[in-house]
Design a binder for this molecule. Structure first.
Ligand code: ZN
Length: 107
């Protein structure tokens, strides 16, 4: 097999994995990865399409975002002693309020 064929195979693989139908496995992986890196245009487009069609992955995304907010709040607590400029005061309050709502009990 020459280098030309090899390139075609890579292209076909990329198209199958990202552009065409996305499996929940891939969608959840992208949702996780989106927390750490910026997704490509194709990834975002297929992920959005999948989330639109798939309730399970929408739930997963919501959980990830809640978890992320919770982690951000914990980081904020840890940092209060050092007065890090990480999270502005107002947004910390908003996150706390959002979490209280999500937990189903108010403070
Ligand atoms: Zn899915």
């Amino acid at each position: 097999m020459g280098p030309r064929q090899c390139l075609d195979r890579i292209r076909a693989g990329t198209a199958r994995g990202v552009v065409q139908e996305m499996k929940c496995e891939d969608a959840s992986r992208l949702v996780s990865e989106a927390q750490d890196r910026r997704l490509g245009v194709h990834e975002r487009r297929s992920l959005r399409l999948h989330l639109w069609l798939c309730l399970d992955c929408r739930r997963f995304l919501r959980q990830i975002m809640l978890l992320r907010r919770a982690l951000g709040m914990m980081a904020g607590r840890v940092n209060t002693g050092i007065q890090s400029p990480g999270l502005p005061y107002g947004s910390r309050e908003r996150i706390r309020a959002a979490l209280a709502v999500a937990d189903g009990h108010s403070r």
